[in-house]
Design a protein around this ligand. Structure first.
Ligand SMILES: [Zn+2]
Length: 268
Protein backbone atom coordinates (compact mmCIF):
# COMPACT_ATOMS: atom_id res chain seq x y z
CA UNK A 1 0.00 0.00 0.00
CA UNK A 2 1.43 3.35 -0.97
CA UNK A 3 1.56 6.05 1.67
CA UNK A 4 2.48 9.16 -0.30
CA UNK A 5 1.73 11.24 2.76
CA UNK A 6 4.47 9.34 4.60
CA UNK A 7 7.07 11.14 2.51
CA UNK A 8 6.54 14.31 4.61
CA UNK A 9 9.80 15.30 6.40
CA UNK A 10 8.44 14.84 9.96
CA UNK A 11 8.05 11.12 9.29
CA UNK A 12 11.74 10.72 8.42
CA UNK A 13 13.76 13.52 9.92
CA UNK A 14 14.06 13.77 13.70
CA UNK A 15 14.44 17.56 13.78
CA UNK A 16 11.41 17.97 11.54
CA UNK A 17 9.49 15.59 13.80
CA UNK A 18 10.28 17.71 16.88
CA UNK A 19 9.30 20.89 15.03
CA UNK A 20 6.02 19.25 14.00
CA UNK A 21 5.14 18.15 17.55
CA UNK A 22 6.34 21.43 19.12
CA UNK A 23 4.11 23.45 16.79
CA UNK A 24 1.11 21.47 18.07
CA UNK A 25 1.93 21.12 21.76
CA UNK A 26 3.36 24.64 22.09
CA UNK A 27 1.43 26.84 19.63
CA UNK A 28 2.52 29.95 21.57
CA UNK A 29 6.16 28.85 21.95
CA UNK A 30 7.88 26.55 24.50
CA UNK A 31 6.32 26.14 27.96
CA UNK A 32 8.21 24.65 30.93
CA UNK A 33 6.45 21.43 32.00
CA UNK A 34 7.41 22.05 35.65
CA UNK A 35 6.72 25.70 36.43
CA UNK A 36 4.51 26.33 33.36
CA UNK A 37 6.62 29.41 32.70
CA UNK A 38 7.34 30.55 29.15
CA UNK A 39 9.56 33.59 29.64
CA UNK A 40 12.98 32.27 30.58
CA UNK A 41 13.36 29.41 28.16
CA UNK A 42 16.24 28.80 25.82
CA UNK A 43 16.83 26.11 23.25
CA UNK A 44 20.06 24.26 23.94
CA UNK A 45 22.38 23.98 20.98
CA UNK A 46 25.72 22.34 20.33
CA UNK A 47 27.01 19.11 18.90
CA UNK A 48 26.50 17.09 22.10
CA UNK A 49 22.98 18.36 22.76
CA UNK A 50 20.10 16.05 21.94
CA UNK A 51 17.50 17.31 19.49
CA UNK A 52 14.68 19.35 21.00
CA UNK A 53 16.23 20.03 24.42
CA UNK A 54 15.14 23.32 26.00
CA UNK A 55 16.13 24.77 29.35
CA UNK A 56 13.95 26.70 31.76
CA UNK A 57 16.15 29.29 33.48
CA UNK A 58 13.49 29.80 36.17
CA UNK A 59 13.76 26.21 37.46
CA UNK A 60 17.10 25.39 35.85
CA UNK A 61 15.90 22.12 34.34
CA UNK A 62 16.18 20.87 30.78
CA UNK A 63 13.15 19.42 29.03
CA UNK A 64 11.79 18.49 25.62
CA UNK A 65 8.31 18.68 24.14
CA UNK A 66 7.95 14.96 24.97
CA UNK A 67 7.51 15.64 28.71
CA UNK A 68 3.86 15.28 29.65
CA UNK A 69 2.87 13.62 26.36
CA UNK A 70 2.53 10.00 25.21
CA UNK A 71 6.13 10.24 23.96
CA UNK A 72 7.57 10.77 27.43
CA UNK A 73 10.34 8.39 28.56
CA UNK A 74 10.38 6.56 25.22
CA UNK A 75 13.70 5.89 23.49
CA UNK A 76 12.07 5.37 20.12
CA UNK A 77 12.73 8.24 17.70
CA UNK A 78 9.94 10.78 17.48
CA UNK A 79 9.63 10.47 13.69
CA UNK A 80 8.92 6.74 14.16
CA UNK A 81 6.22 7.58 16.72
CA UNK A 82 4.62 9.88 14.14
CA UNK A 83 4.76 7.11 11.54
CA UNK A 84 3.19 4.68 14.01
CA UNK A 85 0.37 7.14 14.75
CA UNK A 86 -0.21 7.69 11.08
CA UNK A 87 -0.28 3.97 10.31
CA UNK A 88 -2.62 3.23 13.21
CA UNK A 89 -5.05 5.95 12.20
CA UNK A 90 -4.83 5.49 8.43
CA UNK A 91 -5.61 1.79 8.19
CA UNK A 92 -9.27 0.91 8.50
CA UNK A 93 -8.68 -2.23 10.52
CA UNK A 94 -5.89 -0.80 12.61
CA UNK A 95 -2.41 -2.22 12.64
CA UNK A 96 -0.98 -4.91 14.90
CA UNK A 97 2.06 -4.45 17.11
CA UNK A 98 3.77 -7.08 14.96
CA UNK A 99 3.15 -5.03 11.78
CA UNK A 100 4.52 -1.92 13.49
CA UNK A 101 7.58 -3.89 14.59
CA UNK A 102 8.21 -5.04 11.00
CA UNK A 103 7.35 -1.79 9.22
CA UNK A 104 9.27 0.56 11.52
CA UNK A 105 12.18 -1.76 12.32
CA UNK A 106 11.66 -1.38 16.08
CA UNK A 107 11.55 -4.19 18.65
CA UNK A 108 8.25 -5.95 19.23
CA UNK A 109 8.36 -4.72 22.83
CA UNK A 110 8.62 -1.10 21.67
CA UNK A 111 5.81 -1.66 19.18
CA UNK A 112 3.59 -3.02 21.95
CA UNK A 113 4.38 -0.08 24.18
CA UNK A 114 3.72 2.49 21.45
CA UNK A 115 0.49 0.87 20.40
CA UNK A 116 -0.82 0.96 23.97
CA UNK A 117 0.08 4.59 24.45
CA UNK A 118 -1.34 5.66 21.10
CA UNK A 119 -4.58 3.78 21.71
CA UNK A 120 -4.78 5.36 25.12
CA UNK A 121 -4.34 8.81 23.63
CA UNK A 122 -7.03 8.16 21.04
CA UNK A 123 -9.40 6.77 23.66
CA UNK A 124 -8.94 9.74 25.90
CA UNK A 125 -9.44 12.06 22.94
CA UNK A 126 -6.27 13.90 23.83
CA UNK A 127 -2.61 13.22 24.41
CA UNK A 128 -2.82 11.79 27.91
CA UNK A 129 0.50 11.91 29.74
CA UNK A 130 1.77 8.92 31.72
CA UNK A 131 1.28 8.87 35.50
CA UNK A 132 3.82 8.84 38.32
CA UNK A 133 7.45 9.89 38.05
CA UNK A 134 10.35 10.17 40.44
CA UNK A 135 9.23 10.13 44.07
CA UNK A 136 5.60 9.52 43.08
CA UNK A 137 3.53 6.53 44.12
CA UNK A 138 1.00 4.80 41.87
CA UNK A 139 -1.32 2.21 43.39
CA UNK A 140 -2.66 -0.62 41.26
CA UNK A 141 -5.48 -3.04 41.89
CA UNK A 142 -8.01 -5.04 39.94
CA UNK A 143 -11.61 -5.84 40.45
CA UNK A 144 -14.43 -7.67 38.66
CA UNK A 145 -17.63 -5.93 37.70
CA UNK A 146 -20.74 -6.30 35.59
CA UNK A 147 -21.76 -9.42 33.75
CA UNK A 148 -20.52 -10.50 30.33
CA UNK A 149 -23.05 -10.81 27.55
CA UNK A 150 -24.35 -14.36 27.08
CA UNK A 151 -22.82 -15.51 30.33
CA UNK A 152 -24.87 -16.66 33.27
CA UNK A 153 -24.10 -15.56 36.75
CA UNK A 154 -21.99 -18.15 38.53
CA UNK A 155 -19.61 -18.52 41.40
CA UNK A 156 -16.23 -16.86 40.94
CA UNK A 157 -15.38 -14.16 38.42
CA UNK A 158 -15.52 -15.87 35.01
CA UNK A 159 -18.76 -14.13 34.03
CA UNK A 160 -17.58 -10.65 35.00
CA UNK A 161 -15.44 -8.00 33.32
CA UNK A 162 -11.97 -7.53 34.77
CA UNK A 163 -11.02 -3.92 35.45
CA UNK A 164 -7.65 -2.61 36.51
CA UNK A 165 -7.37 0.76 38.18
CA UNK A 166 -4.22 2.88 38.51
CA UNK A 167 -4.29 5.64 41.12
CA UNK A 168 -1.58 8.23 41.52
CA UNK A 169 -1.36 9.11 45.19
CA UNK A 170 -2.73 12.60 45.56
CA UNK A 171 -3.54 12.68 41.85
CA UNK A 172 -5.68 11.20 39.12
CA UNK A 173 -6.98 7.68 38.54
CA UNK A 174 -7.48 5.60 35.37
CA UNK A 175 -9.40 2.38 34.88
CA UNK A 176 -8.95 -0.15 32.10
CA UNK A 177 -11.00 -3.05 30.97
CA UNK A 178 -8.51 -5.95 30.77
CA UNK A 179 -8.77 -9.39 29.18
CA UNK A 180 -7.67 -11.07 32.37
CA UNK A 181 -5.60 -10.52 35.48
CA UNK A 182 -2.42 -12.36 34.56
CA UNK A 183 0.85 -10.45 34.43
CA UNK A 184 0.75 -10.60 30.61
CA UNK A 185 -2.64 -8.86 30.60
CA UNK A 186 -1.64 -6.13 33.02
CA UNK A 187 2.06 -5.33 32.57
CA UNK A 188 1.93 -3.76 29.08
CA UNK A 189 -0.82 -1.40 30.20
CA UNK A 190 1.02 -0.50 33.40
CA UNK A 191 4.24 0.16 31.46
CA UNK A 192 2.43 2.32 28.91
CA UNK A 193 0.74 4.41 31.60
CA UNK A 194 3.26 4.77 34.39
CA UNK A 195 6.72 6.38 34.24
CA UNK A 196 9.66 4.10 35.13
CA UNK A 197 10.81 6.28 38.09
CA UNK A 198 7.58 5.57 39.98
CA UNK A 199 7.13 3.48 43.13
CA UNK A 200 4.32 0.98 42.61
CA UNK A 201 1.99 -0.25 45.34
CA UNK A 202 -0.08 -3.38 44.81
CA UNK A 203 -1.44 -6.24 46.80
CA UNK A 204 0.79 -9.31 47.02
CA UNK A 205 -0.78 -11.12 44.06
CA UNK A 206 1.77 -13.08 42.03
CA UNK A 207 1.05 -11.33 38.72
CA UNK A 208 2.86 -8.26 40.04
CA UNK A 209 6.17 -10.05 40.63
CA UNK A 210 7.63 -8.56 37.41
CA UNK A 211 7.03 -4.95 38.41
CA UNK A 212 10.28 -4.52 40.34
CA UNK A 213 12.26 -4.93 37.10
CA UNK A 214 10.48 -2.04 35.39
CA UNK A 215 9.93 0.57 38.11
CA UNK A 216 11.91 2.39 40.80
CA UNK A 217 10.29 0.31 43.51
CA UNK A 218 7.49 -2.09 44.27
CA UNK A 219 5.86 -2.48 47.64
CA UNK A 220 2.72 -4.34 48.53
CA UNK A 221 0.03 -4.72 51.14
CA UNK A 222 -1.47 -7.98 52.31
CA UNK A 223 -5.21 -7.82 51.91
CA UNK A 224 -5.53 -11.28 53.43
CA UNK A 225 -3.92 -10.22 56.68
CA UNK A 226 -6.15 -7.17 56.82
CA UNK A 227 -3.21 -4.89 56.08
CA UNK A 228 -4.07 -1.77 54.15
CA UNK A 229 -1.40 0.50 55.52
CA UNK A 230 2.28 -0.07 55.02
CA UNK A 231 5.56 1.82 54.99
CA UNK A 232 6.38 5.26 56.28
CA UNK A 233 3.54 7.17 54.65
CA UNK A 234 -0.17 6.66 55.16
CA UNK A 235 -0.48 4.18 52.30
CA UNK A 236 -4.11 4.10 51.29
CA UNK A 237 -4.10 1.11 49.07
CA UNK A 238 -6.33 1.45 46.02
CA UNK A 239 -8.93 -0.99 47.30
CA UNK A 240 -11.18 1.65 48.76
CA UNK A 241 -11.01 3.64 45.56
CA UNK A 242 -11.74 0.47 43.63
CA UNK A 243 -14.91 0.01 45.62
CA UNK A 244 -16.02 3.44 44.50
CA UNK A 245 -15.03 2.73 40.88
CA UNK A 246 -16.95 -0.51 41.11
CA UNK A 247 -20.07 1.20 42.37
CA UNK A 248 -19.87 3.90 39.72
CA UNK A 249 -19.22 1.60 36.76
CA UNK A 250 -21.43 -1.31 37.67
CA UNK A 251 -24.64 0.09 36.27
CA UNK A 252 -23.02 1.64 33.22
CA UNK A 253 -21.01 -1.41 32.27
CA UNK A 254 -24.01 -3.67 32.24
CA UNK A 255 -25.35 -1.64 29.35
CA UNK A 256 -22.12 -1.63 27.38
CA UNK A 257 -21.21 -4.19 24.76
CA UNK A 258 -17.78 -5.75 24.82
CA UNK A 259 -17.11 -4.15 21.42
CA UNK A 260 -17.57 -0.72 22.88
CA UNK A 261 -14.81 -1.51 25.32
CA UNK A 262 -12.44 -2.87 22.70
CA UNK A 263 -10.21 0.23 22.51
CA UNK A 264 -9.52 -0.13 26.23
CA UNK A 265 -8.56 -3.77 26.05
CA UNK A 266 -5.08 -4.82 26.95
CA UNK A 267 -4.50 -7.62 24.47
CA UNK A 268 -4.09 -7.85 20.71
ZN1 LIG B 1 10.47 26.05 34.71
Amino acid sequence: MAHAVLSAPHFHDEEAAYAYVEARVWPQGPVCPRCKGNEWIGKLKGASTRIGVHKCYACRKPFTVKVGTVFESSHVALHLWLQAMHLMCASKKGISANQLHQTLGITLKSAWFMEHRIRLAMTAGSVLPPMGGEGEVVEIDETFIGQKKDMLKQRGYAHKYAVMTLVQRGGSARSFHVDGTRGADLLPIIKANVLPGTIIMTDEAGQYAQLKKHFAGHDFTRHGAGEYVRGAGPYQHGRRLLQRVQARHEGRLLALRREALAPLRGGI
